[in-house]
Design a protein around this ligand. Structure first.
Ligand code: AMP
Ligand code: FE
Ligand code: FE
Ligand code: ZN
Length: 281
């Protein structure tokens, strides 16, 4: 069984449609693929249909933008009820923050002397409800300002750079219980990637487990071999589910091919067993 629990489609900042992504996952020899678009569940139906057609299991999920100790932390949620009112409301708030940020980024880039318009970005974000910096990066690449997303993030779109604008994200300590209340399973995405190690110590992970955190993504391209070994030991110690995944973004991220990291079947089974209405009521 080959299981990849973290991928992005054009419903957020991946470059493949949800259907194409699932067909590619099947072609890559995966048995299970989770669709985890940023803050969005809008790709689920199309992905599920493609999964039924090609005979591969699609796990509906999402990657939620949260804040913890003044740092951005990504929280993977699997199998939540997509109609849970409080969850839908909070995701809408995040998506509104994304939508409002695009004009602000465009204005900041224009003030920096770059001739980019909101339409240029909209052309790239097309079918996505979760407009993001990757779409601005794609617009900048099409305009010839940068070569690709990597260069856009390295020079213009990251904190401290001319085109950086902050946006709303949920408090992690509130989002974990909310996700659990919606019947979802909460797993921290790449906990030690991109600087978040400073706020996600073993002690912090223990506290988050008390709030309902079920697992951590250990095998991820942003983690070194040493990080993975240390995180695996912490997960064993705290009895957390361990996942591995590609964080595939289509052509939007190099070195994140489908199946580059995978999740062990017994951890996947345990994750599934934790989904659904909580017995605590
Ligand atoms: P945003 O969601 O708008 O805050 O943008 C963050 C997203 O940009 C992340 O989810 C990544 O998928 C993507 N990203 C961040 N850094 C890079 C990079 N260097 N190259 C490509 N994509 C990136
Ligand atoms: Fe992304
Ligand atoms: Fe992420
Ligand atoms: Zn991701």
């Amino acid at each position: 069984m080959r299981i990849d629990l973290h991928t992005h489609s054009s419903a957020s900042d991946g470059t493949d449609t949800p259907g194409d992504l699932v067909r590619e996952a099947a072609a890559a020899g995966l048995d299970v693929v989770a669709l985890t678009d940023h803050d969005a569940m809008s790709g689920w139906a199309e992905a599920q249909q493609a999964g039924d057609e090609v005979g591969i299991t699609v796990v509906p999920g999402l990657e939620i933008s949260t804040r913890y100790g003044h740092r951005g932390v990504h929280l993977l949620g699997y199998l939540p009820d997509p109609t849970h009112p409080a969850l839908v409301l909070e995701l809408d708030r995040i998506l509104e923050g994304r939508t409002a940020r695009t004009p602000a980024i465009v204005a900041a880039l224009r003030a920096h002397g770059i001739d980019i318009s909101e339409d240029d970005v909209r052309r790239e974000s097309g079918g996505s409800v979760a407009a993001g910096r990757p779409h601005v990066a794609d617009a900048l690449a099409r305009l010839g300002v940068v070569r690709d997303r990597t260069e856009a993030f390295a020079t213009l779109l990251s904190p401290g750079q001319p085109g950086y604008v902050n946006r709303y994200a949920s408090a992690l300590e509130e989002m974990i219980p909310l996700l659990v209340d919606a019947g979802g399973v909460a797993v921290l995405a790449h906990p030690w990637g991109r600087g978040s190690r400073s706020v996600l110590s073993a002690e912090a992970l223990a506290e988050l487990k008390d709030l309902g955190l079920a697992g951590i993504e250990v095998d991820h391209q942003d983690h070194s071999a040493a990080d993975r070994a240390e995180l695996r030991a912490i997960a064993a110690d705290l009895d957390l589910v361990v996942t591995g995944s590609s964080d595939h973004h289509g052509l939007g991220k190099v070195d994140h091919d489908l199946g580059v990291n995978t999740t062990a079947p017994e951890h996947y089974e345990r994750l599934l067993s934790l989904a659904g209405p909580s017995l605590g009521g």
